[in-house]
Design a binder for this molecule. Sequence first.
Ligand code: KG4
Ligand code: ZN
Length: 334
Amino acid sequence: MRVLGIETSCDETAVAVVEDSTRVVADFVYSQTDHEQFGGIVPEVASRQQLRKITPLFRACKSQFPVSPETLDGIAVTSGPGLIGSLMVGLNFAKALAYGWGIPLLGINHLEGHIFANCLADPDLETPFLCLIVSGGHTLLVKVNEWGGYELLGATRDDAAGEAFDKVAKLLGLGYPGGHKIDKLASEGDPNFAKFPKAQFKSGDYEFSFSGLKTAVSLYLKERGEQFARQNLTHICASFQENVVEVLVDTTLRAARDHSLDTIAIGGGVAANSRLRAVFASRCGESGQRALFPEFKYCTDNAAMIASTGCFRLGRGERSDLSLKAVPYWPLGS
Ligand code: KG4
Ligand code: ZN
């Protein structure tokens, strides 16, 4: 099963070809940089850039692998959740190709793509396992009972983990998106320099909350002033990051224990965080559990994960027709 994947749900334009959910034969991603000046994503700018980039990316992909009706079993395209204008660009491109070439088309849930990114890391990954999805828009704990069969165990009540990184980066004057910048600065800082509060929930819950943490950092900076923030930037980054990492790891490992799951797969942009990877690896090493991370380029948005999901779903006969719509809100498993 060989599938062309197209991803345009937010500010990345991506095209890839994947075989049997596990082998990437072509892979191209363009990340928009236009939003930095606005301090966040401007949907109208994002969709216009998608429109500019989709054809050059498809051509680049074609030069690496001869995509055609003869070499492909179908086309998988992200149809939600995401920004409606951005989604529509990829969706219409995929529909035109599928119609022109007369090959199957399937709309894919972007969140399921982040789970399948782990198939690219470990082709032998077996269900059941626990998946933590941590991106700019989502923080979810999902029990993967079988491929395509998901049970939501917990989610964030407010900001997503990536959103918290981006908002704190903005408070620190690091620009947008700031997750990777905090990660880099934090590696030289003291994680015990400042203690920020952690949201507490009833035991047995696997919920998250990060908006209080963002407010706490904001107040902390206001009270101490700009010079203090500049002088202690690495320590503040490390203290904030440690708080997020501890909450994510503690809650995930508790859920894994409660559900007797030994394998924990992590997906989404925040899965690229070096401290999150290190803490998961060491805590799982101690407890005999296994933490699985996609390669860095398959943590953030990409089309290989969409093509990988497409191999699985097209392979079991699922199809979309040309009435396929872009859906901004699409909970996993619905
Ligand atoms: O999955 P993704 O590319 O897009 C969404 O579907 O949202 O995730 C983007 C998010 C951004 O919030 C970005 O700041 C965060 O992932 N991110 C990181 C790192 N790299 C990207 N957060 C923390 N540490 C990183 N190294
Ligand atoms: Zn994503």
